[in-house]
Design a protein around this ligand. Structure first.
Ligand SMILES: Cc1cc2nc3c(=O)[nH]c(=O)nc-3n(C[C@H](O)[C@H](O)[C@H](O)COP(=O)(O)OP(=O)(O)OC[C@H]3O[C@@H](n4cnc5c(N)ncnc54)[C@H](O)[C@@H]3O)c2cc1C
Length: 461
C-alpha cells in the first residue's frame, strides 16, 4: 500500500490533503487518499473503517473514519467526496503492468477482467494488439471504468448502450468487508442491473469484467452548420447516420454548429465511402479538422477528415496522448426519452438568452436503452442534452432550475456525475427504482462506511 505523506491520522493509514476534482470546482473534504495494491488491503481498509465507526469510545467523529472510492476525479459534483478517506485503485493491478485477464461469457462473448480503477483509454490501448475493443467510449478516454459506470457515463449512437451496458462482471468489497462477485448471466445476491450504475454506494469495486468485441476501424467526418429545421425534421436519420453521432451547438439562431459522424468502416461497404458527399442534411463538410469550440485548435481532437483508423482512436472526441490535468469548465447533462428529442431541444433553444452567456458548448448524443436501474437510459432509448459551461458555478447553478423546469415535461433525468439541482423527491419519480437501490445500499453498507452528503441528498436520507 502506498500512502501520501502523513499529515493526519486515519486509523492505521495516513494521508495528505485529497486535492480537487478534475475541473477544480471541488476541493475534496476527505482528509487524504490511500492507494491499496491488493484486494486484501482494500478489505482491511473497509474493516478498519467499520470498526472505527463502531468504536464510540475512540472519541473521533464517526464521519472521519468513512471511505469513498475515487476514480479519475472527473465528476463535477461531490459524488466522490467523503468526510473520511479516499481510496484510489490506481496501484491495484494496473493494466500498464500487464494485468488483464481475457475470458468468455457462457454465451461465448469475449470478455476482459481488469482492475476497476483502469482508465478506458489505457484498456483500449492494451486490448488493441490483442485484436479486441470496447464497444464505445465517452468523449474523454481518461476516465476510470468504475467511476464511469458509477454515473451511467455514455458515448453516443442510436444502437449503443452507455458504457455500463458492456459490464458483465463486478467484484466488490461491501461495507461489512464481504467479498461479492456479481455476474450478468448468473443469479446473485444483488440484482446485476441494480449494481452497475452504483453511485459508489455499494462498496469498493475492485475488478470489472467487460464484454469486448473484435477491433473495428472508424472514420470520423465533421459537417458544419446543420439548419435547425433539418435537425427537427430528420432527427432520427441524422443521429442514425453513423455508429456514433454528436451534434454540437452554441445555440446560434439559424443552425447547429457541427455534426460529428463516427462511422464503422465495416458498415460502409467496400468503397468505405460515407455516402453524403459535401452535403449532410443541409450541413456542409468541414474542410479542416475542427475543435467543437470555435477558435480552438483541433490538435487534441481525435482524427477527423474521414481518415479511417482504429475505433478506440476515433470514438472519444479527444486524444489519449493529450492528458488534461484539469479543465476550465463545468458540465451538466439532462437525458430524455428519444421520442421527446425535438421538443426538448426546442425547450432548450427557448432559453437561449439565459443560457448563452454561461455556455461554452451544447452537445446532443443518443444512447440505446440498457435496463440498468439508475441509468437515465434504463427504460428508454434516450437523447442526452449536454452543456459545457464556463467555470461560473454560482451562476450556472442559478440557471439549472430553469432548464430543469423547461425539460420537466419530458421527464429529463440528470447525469449523476455533473451539476444538477433536481431534488430527491423528483429523482425518485424519474428513477422508479431509486428507493430499492437505497435499500440495497443500506443492506450492503449498514454502518454507512461509504455514505456521503451527495448520497444523503439524492437518496433523501
Ligand atoms: C472532460 C470530461 C468529459 C466527460 N465526458 C463524458 C461523456 O462523454 N459522457 C458522459 O456520460 N460523461 C462524461 N463525463 C462525466 C464523467 O464520465 C463522469 O463524471 C464519471 O463518473 C467520471 O468517472 P471518474 O472515474 O472520474 O469518477 P470519480 O469522479 O472519481 O468518481 C465517481 C464516482 O465513482 C465512484 N467510484 C470510483 N471508483 C470506484 C470504485 N473502484 N468502487 C466504487 N466506487 C467507485 C466514486 O466513489 C464516485 O462515487 C465527462 C467528464 C469530464 C470531466
Amino acid at each position: 500500500m502506498t500512502t501520501d505523506v502523513t499529515t493526519k491520522s486515519a486509523g492505521t493509514h495516513a494521508a495528505t490533503l485529497a486535492g480537487t476534482n478534475w475541473a477544480g470546482n471541488l476541493s475534496y473534504s476527505a482528509h487524504g487518499v490511500v492507494r491499496p495494491t491488493t484486494v486484501a488491503e482494500v478489505r482491511d481498509l473497509v474493516l478498519a473503517a467499520g470498526a472505527a465507526m463502531a468504536d464510540a469510545a475512540s472519541g473521533a467523529p464517526a464521519g472521519t473514519a468513512r471511505l469513498r472510492a475515487l476514480g479519475s476525479r472527473h465528476c463535477f459534483n461531490d459524488l466522490a467526496d467523503t468526510s473520511g478517506l479516499l481510496v484510489s485503485l490506481e496501484d491495484l493491478e494496473p493494466v500498464a503492468a500487464g494485468h488483464l485477464q481475457l475470458g468468455t461469457t457462457a454465451a461465448g462473448i469475449p470478455t476482459v477482467r481488469v482492475s476497476a480503477g483502469t482508465r478506458y483509454g489505457d484498456l483500449a490501448a492494451a486490448l488493441f494488439p490483442l485484436g479486441l475493443a470496447v464497444h464505445n467510449l465517452a468523449s474523454l478516454p481518461h476516465i476510470s471504468i468504475a467511476g464511469a459506470i458509477a454515473t451511467a457515463t455514455h458515448g453516443s449512437g442510436n444502437g449503443n448502450q452507455g458504457l455500463g451496458g458492456a459490464v458483465v462482471g463486478l467484484e466488490l468489497v461491501t461495507g461489512t468487508g464481504e467479498f461479492l462477485t456479481l455476474r450478468r448471466d448468473e443469479e446473485g445476491p444483488v440484482p446485476f442491473d441494480a449494481a452497475v450504475v452504483h453511485l459508489g454506494a455499494l462498496g469498493i469495486i475492485t475488478h470489472i469484467t467487460l464484454a469486448v468485441e473484435p477491433t473495428f476501424d472508424v472514420r470520423q467526418d465533421v459537417y458544419q452548420d446543420l439548419p435547425w429545421a433539418s435537425l427537427e425534421q430528420n432527427f432520427d436519420a441524422i443521429t442514425g447516420a453513423a455508429y456514433s453521432v454528436s451534434v454540437f451547438t452554441r445555440l446560434r439562431e439559424d443552425a447547429a454548429d457541427q455534426v460529428w459522424l463516427k462511422s464503422r468502416v465495416d458498415a460502409l461497404g467496400e468503397t468505405g465511402d460515407l455516402g453524403y458527399g459535401d452535403d449532410f442534411f443541409g450541413a456542409r463538410r468541414a474542410a479542416v479538422a475542427l475543435h467543437p469550440l470555435p477558435g480552438i485548435s483541433a490538435e487534441n481532437c481525435s482524427e477527423q477528415l474521414g481518415v479511417p483508423g482504429p475505433g478506440h482512436e476515433r470514438l472519444a472526441h479527444f486524444r489519449r496522448e493529450f492528458t488534461p490535468s484539469n479543465g476550465a469548465e463545468l458540465q451538466s447533462e439532462y437525458l430524455v426519452p428519444r421520442e421527446h428529442a425535438v421538443a426538448a431541444i426546442a425547450a432548450v433553444r427557448a432559453l437561449r438568452e439565459r443560457i448563452v452567456p454561461l455556455l461554452q458548448i451544447i452537445e446532443f448524443r443518443t444512447m440505446a436503452a440498457d435496463g440498468l436501474w439508475l441509468s437515465p437510459a434504463g427504460q428508454h432509448d434516450t437523447v442526452g442534452l449536454h452543456f459545457t459551461w464556463l467555470p461560473r458555478q454560482t451562476e450556472v447553478e442559478a440557471l439549472l432550475p430553469a432548464i430543469e423546469a423547461a425539460l420537466a415535461p419530458f421527464d429529463a433525468r440528470p447525469h449523476w456525475g455533473k451539476l444538477f439541482t433536481t431534488d430527491a423527491a423528483r429523482l425518485a419519480e424519474l428513477f422508479p427504482r431509486l428507493g430499492e437501490f437505497a435499500a440495497l445500499a443500506d443492506g450492503l453498507d449498514p454502518a454507512g462506511v461509504f455514505a456521503n452528503d451527495y448520497l444523503d441528498r439524492v437518496l433523501g436520507r
